[in-house]
Design a protein. Structure first.
Length: 402
């Protein structure tokens, strides 16, 4: 049996109308099914298209894994309980359900933080970001994300707070309602360390990116040649487009979890008795639904992802439209989270050298483009392909020295 005596506002079968629980259960099942299928499609797209498998896109894959596991672990259990109109899976089931919800939810939030920091480094510190965004370093960051999330998820099982049924008694979470020092400290520190502080860092990263791109835009406008302007502007547009996709994902995630965060903080402030079962369960359902939005966002915005799914899953073609524009845009680096711009003036002040560095998906080489404002405007850019990544990096550093 379940120990519910310490939980204020515990409800019984008789207090909640059956149709309410069946409706909530059905919504959870639909959301869970979309989450499972949608995130499997994202993972399949990355598996089947090598051009999408860049170190930076590993974060997107990790997000899809955590969202898939969130949907698969939460929806079926919640649906079964809603049919029985109470929690029927005992203490072990409650602990398992809440542990999975915490682990995968926190992993998603921390992965979004990692994506923001990665975008920030690529756009504002292009040269330093080369060493920070290698495949090995990306895998290490993902491992740290999972370990960090595991620490917070295990804490209630070890006695810092505890996992209990919540709201309509068809789902479990940590005990944020009972007014005790352990519960209050866990609630506040958890909210700060996995929600509010990451949010502050994310918004700082995006503000810095926006300002850096605007600065680079002004530098590009000072160049003489139209062909150069359009080339560099296109590079910036590609970079900013990727940042915008990530920003949409983050905003949607934050909007999903904010109601739940508010409910837990109301209880933390000692107003837990004013919360009804509905006001605790509905925000929980909205929060868990965050797992379905990312595949939808990528299907709508990301051209290469859209093309991959369109090609691989013919039955979804009526949902995922491909425009002629998307087909023409195959060579643009939407999938490679790496197009960096850096411009500087030489000491003589007569030439401006602007380097456009791009580590593409399929190769680890840079192409350096030397721009000289003195040459005729109609002359084309002269790309110089370096022999290896290391030699081009050394050349790049030499170029950047005053």
């Amino acid at each position: 049996g379940l120990n519910m005596s310490t939980q204020p506002h515990t409800v019984t079968k008789a207090e909640i109308p059956g149709h309410v629980l069946y409706t909530v259960g059905t919504c959870v099942l639909i959301i869970g099914s979309i989450g499972i299928i949608g995130n499997l499609l994202v993972l399949y797209a990355f598996y089947s298209n090598k051009k999408l498998r860049t170190p930076q896109n590993y974060f997107i894959m990790n997000l899809a894994v955590s969202d898939f596991l969130m949907s698969a672990s939460q929806a079926p259990m919640c649906f079964v309980n809603s049919l029985h109109r109470e929690w029927i899976l005992g203490d072990i089931g409650c602990n398992l359900y809440a542990f999975c919800g915490a682990l995968f939810g926190i992993t998603s939030m921390m992965t979004l933080l990692a994506i923001s920091v990665d975008r920030y480094l690529v756009i504002t510190k292009p040269l330093q970001s080369i060493q920070w965004t290698s495949k090995r370093r990306t895998v290490q960051v993902i491992a740290v994300v999972w370990l960090y999330s595991l620490g917070w998820s295990v804490a209630p099982l070890l006695g810092w707070s505890s996992y209990v049924p919540e709201g309509l008694m068809i789902s479990c979470t940590w005990d944020y309602v009972t007014y005790s020092p352990a519960n209050r400290s866990y609630t506040m520190i958890l909210c700060c360390c996995v929600f509010f502080i990451p949010l502050v860092i994310i918004f700082h990263c995006y503000l810095s990116m926006f300002l850096a791109i605007r600065r680079t835009g002004r530098d590009v406008q000072k160049l003489g040649s139209c062909s150069r302007k359009s080339y560099l502007s296109q590079s910036m547009k590609n970079e900013w487009k990727l940042a915008k996709i990530a920003f949409v994902v983050i905003i949607v995630f934050v909007l999903s979890w904010s109601p739940y965060a508010c409910v837990t903080l109301i209880a933390w402030a000692g107003r837990g008795n004013s919360l009804t079962p509905y006001s605790k369960s509905v925000p929980a359902v909205i929060a868990k639904a965050s797992a379905i939005y990312n595949p939808i966002i990528y299907a709508i915005i990301h051209p290469r992802y859209r093309k991959t799914i369109h090609k691989a899953v013919p039955c979804l073609r009526f949902l995922i439209r491909i425009s002629k524009n998307d087909l023409l845009r195959g060579s643009i680096n939407e999938s490679s989270f790496r197009t960096s711009l850096c411009s500087h003036h030489s000491l003589a002040g007569r030439t401006k050298s602007t380097c456009v560095s791009s580590v593409s998906t399929g190769e680890a080489t840079w192409s350096n483009v030397e721009l000289d404002p003195v040459e005729p405007a109609q002359e084309k850019l002269k790309p110089r392909r370096s022999h290896s990544f290391s030699t081009s990096l050394r050349q790049e550093k030499r170029d950047l020295l005053p």
